[in-house]
Design a protein around this ligand. Sequence first.
Ligand code: NDP
Length: 485
Amino acid sequence: MSAPANVGVIGLAAMGASLARNLARHGNSVAVYNRHYSRTEKLMKEHGDEGKFYPAQTVKEFVDLLERPRTAIIMVKAGAPTDAVIDELVEYMEPGDIIVDGGNAYFKDTIRREKELRDKGLHFVGMGVSGGEEGALLGPSMMPGGSDASWERLKPILESIAAKASDGEPCVMHVGENGAGHFVKMVHNGIEYADMQLIAESYDLMRRGLGMTPDEIGDVFEQWNKTDLDSYLIEITAQVLHHKDPQTGKPLVDVIVDHAGMKGTGTWTVQTALELGVPVTGIAEAVFARGLSSQSELREEAWKQNFAGPDGRIELGSESREDFIERIRQALYASKIVAYAQGFNEISVAAKTYGWNIDMAHLARIWRAGCIIRAKFLDRISEAFESGEANVSLLFAPFFKQGIENSEADWRKVVAAAAESGVPAPVFSSSLAYFDGLRSKRLPAAVIQGQRDLFGAHTYQRVDMPGTYHILWAEPGQEEVKMSD
Ligand code: NDP
């Protein structure tokens, strides 16, 4: 009997099961395998009638169910489990077969795996998948990285199951070679961290600063969703804030413990940015804000210290509450532009470093649907890259430059009010500081270079002539010497 399945999915937890169902619903014949067979049985029992599934009890059986050249998609825990599954598959797969890793792998692992499998004649595709369980089922945004040949074969399958943007374009593209797909998925998640933290800071300014209720703030987010801020995250925030705890009747947000969890992609985005020398200050502050929220013992002790300081109430003076809310909206918009600009900057520096040819305009387009950061203004980001206006920085594209200039005064007022009232706004503040640093003709880095030369003879360069210089600080004359041309 010829092998019946044109594609297979290994790992049938939340993501894998949903992706397998999505594939089957779109006419694919799907081989399915999970380490513990109970998950496979559950999928077959609950959804086996949704399309053509071929359950396997062993990896060999799974591979034998796949049409040659084979296509297997792995959806298991990232890290060692992914390596374990690849090792098993490699035993039975043959040159020309494709292994896709749809988990949240670290891009350097993907680069390593792609090389190892290429040496065995196999295609390895590291594919970022965004949109969570619902996205995987109804249409995710997918970011595959790998060879051109593997993309040609995967394209029809992936385009059929991808989310579709409002103009019908499928939210999937060949991002680039080896680790490019997992890299952009990582930065996507980093931007998501910044975006979520900015929304949380806006909430805090309204809740503590202006004394509003979660319901009132939910209404504000609903209104904001009809503006330039129109996005999935703003929409679901309104939903969260309107939700009542079924047990107590209180706003749900008031009974949720205020420790933000994380699984690592935000941290990787920042670590990688540090390695590449790209300041992603908004994303970094968002990761640190989650870290601080989870330092419960330290926070408890700090609370007991009863430090002197403002209580979080914002003094509006003669300004109306509505006017200040509009200032927060403007600050959110400007800070969000900065977070995206920083994220795209990290991607473009990585593309140069790792030799990826990434079409930024297309990347922005595949984030328009199916993924967590989907937002109206991704259309504008895409246009800015398409026209070349954003090639150096998104901030320089006229649409975003104008956006920042329109918001700038409000942004400063909000950051100042947050500092004066004692409401922490780390991403609002750091985004503004980044913007001011970027547009400054001179930075105080010259002082740092002077300090470094004094304590460590680290040398400096001059603004008025070429060469590298050092002051003989310990010598009586403290003369300057030219160290090199
Ligand atoms: P989990 O990350 O919870 O992983 C569970 C799956 O991994 C199960 O199928 C489990 O098999 C399998 N597994 C774990 N260890 C091994 C091993 N050593 N050998 C073989 N299989 C193993 O599942 P999710 O569905 O949440 O996520 C799958 C992947 O997708 C992950 O990499 C995740 O980071 C990524 N992802 C998740 C998103 C989400 O919203 N959840 C969004 C985007 C990507 P068993 O049942 O036998 O234990």
